[in-house]
Design a binder for this molecule. Structure first.
Ligand code: AMP
Ligand code: MG
Length: 467
């Protein structure tokens, strides 16, 4: 179950400093001409004790990056490498973001406040270090929708328009600019480990393994530390991949620098939701080979985790790492059942029967006669509810087979209690809707469509959270 926000007091924790200077570079934020608040995530601000900040203090901390009390004195650009579309790139790192602060929530989890679009760093290469406002709005929408659908994701804490004009070749330009603050358990990536392996930094690799085990998995260091860490990451990334599939989400750029060691989904660029169960559906216009298409995401994430294992061989025996890697497919299958059943609001019965239902659902949806969101909405609790525009499609034998199997399943308690389940249509996040929300902002500076959508998404999240 993904973490839900619960009120907490402000608890600064600069754990990252224990890693030492070799892991980051102190940097300065850009000096923006303006700071105009566009999105404030009050639910999650309260979960890290920042809910009481007044409007002025919010802009000072998340637009000007005035340090938070007893927190990092200066932002840190984190160092990392990574495979981008399977090609190793040693020239990346935090090029338009930095770690701004760390804190703990009520359950004691270490959380990072990271930025996107906060200015240039030693890793900007030819980039301007900036984020477009449209990119920021898209990240708000993606994170809210994923959170509601039960995907463990970074949260968008703040979006502030900065008054700059940017040139981009994938947006009509000049285009408006923004700076975003995200809240996430960890910004340490598979690429962080790859960089250490690339330079043969054994001591630093041991330090990083111990840090991740301690801070993210609550375990002590030891001889078998790398193997234990890898086992955790395999389990969590398999669950992440499964939750993407159940959500119908296509991240778009599953490079190894975009996979966090805590396996939270993050770094949203060209993402899309696929309307239909279409394995070839691709989000990024530059992903010509469809490497990160909807159906290939589990394989892509598995490949990234193999790169983590390869990096860990700097300090660990390969034989100790292989068994975890080999478990990924089975863990993914189990997690996919769990994710799909959670979305349907039904209780699992047993491996064999559950696998049969899973195949039946995938086969029926693959005909592309019923949209993913519509299917899960109509069959919530395992029974057809109310008339649906898809009723004709449900008469098809493949859907009849699904219905027959579903009859043997029980709904989880409260599965359909929420009034959302009596709406005429499910809440979706298809590209036409995203573009329409952006058009209102772009053409009329009208933010009401974004606000209404976030409210609708959170309401769906409440409806789904009953199971
Ligand atoms: P991404 O594809 O967003 O994961 O980014 C890959 C790399 O490019 C990272 O090192 C980013 O920091 C960097 N990058 C992306 N956009 C910019 C930009 N506008 N300015 C500077 N660096 C950027
Ligand atoms: Mg990235």
């Amino acid at each position: 179950m993904p973490h839900r926000p619960q009120p907490s007091s402000y608890t600064p924790a600069t754990a990252i400093l224990a890693l030492g200077d070799a892991f980051y570079d102190p940097v300065a934020p850009a000096d923006f001409p303006r700071t105009i608040l566009r999105f404030r995530n009050q639910r999650w601000a309260e979960a890290v004790g920042l809910g009481d900040l007044d409007a002025q203090a919010w802009l000072a901390h998340f637009g000007r990056f005035a340090p938070l009390p007893d927190n990092l004195p200066q932002p840190l650009a984190l160092r990392y490498h990574g495979h981008q579309f399977r090609v190793y790139n040693p020239d990346i790192g935090d090029g338009r973001g930095f770690l701004f602060a760390q804190l703990r929530d009520a359950p004691g989890r270490l959380l990072d406040l990271g930025t996107k679009g906060s200015g240039q760093t030693p890793y900007s290469r030819f980039g301007d270090g900036r984020l477009t406002l449209k990119g920021g709005v898209r990240e708000v929408l993606a994170t809210e929708m994923l959170e509601a659908l039960g995907v463990e994701t970074s949260k968008t804490l703040s979006l502030i328009e900065t008054g700059e004009a940017l040139d981009r070749n994938d947006e009509p330009s000049p285009t408006r600019a923004a700076v975003l603050v995200r809240l996430q358990h960890s910004h340490i990536r598979i690429g962080t480990f790859q960089r250490l392996a690339h330079f043969g930094l054994e001591d630093e690799m041991r330090t990083l393994v111990d840090y991740c085990l301690r801070e993210y998995y609550g375990e002590e260091s030891g001889e078998d530390g790398s193997a234990r860490l890898l086992a955790h990451v395999v389990g969590k990334t398999a669950a992440l991949a499964a939750s993407y599939i159940a959500a119908g989400f296509v991240h778009g750029v599953l490079n190894s620098d975009n996979i966090a060691i805590t396996a939270e989904s993050f770094d949203y660029g060209p993402w899309r939701w696929t309307p239909f169960w279409d394995g070839f559906f691709t989000a990024a216009y530059f992903d010509h080979a469809g490497l990160y298409s909807f159906g290939r995401q589990p394989e892509a994430i598995h490949w990234d985790v193999v790169q983590l294992a390869r990096a860990l061989t700097l300090v660990a025996d390969a034989d100790a790492l292989t068994p975890s890697i080999e478990q990924f497919p089975a863990l993914f299958q189990a997690a996919l059942t769990a994710s799909l059943f959670a979305r349907l609001g039904i209780a699992a019965k047993g491996e064999e029967s559950d696998a049969r239902l899973l195949v039946a659902i995938e086969t029926a949806l693959a005909q592309k006669t019923v949209e993913i969101d519509r299917f899960f909405f109509d069959w919530r609790g395992g029974r057809r509810r109310g008339p649906s525009p898809a009723d004709e499609a449900y008469r098809d034998e493949l859907f009849v087979a699904v219905a027959d199997l579903l009859r043997g399943y029980s709904p989880v308690p409260g599965a359909t209690d929420h009034p959302y389940w009596s709406d005429a249509a499910p809440c979706s996040m298809h590209i036409n809707e995203v573009e329409a929300i952006w058009s209102r902002i772009d053409e009329a500076d009208d933010w009401s469509a974004l606000e209404a959508k976030v409210a609708a998404v959170r309401r769906m999240g409440e409806a789904l959270a009953t199971s």
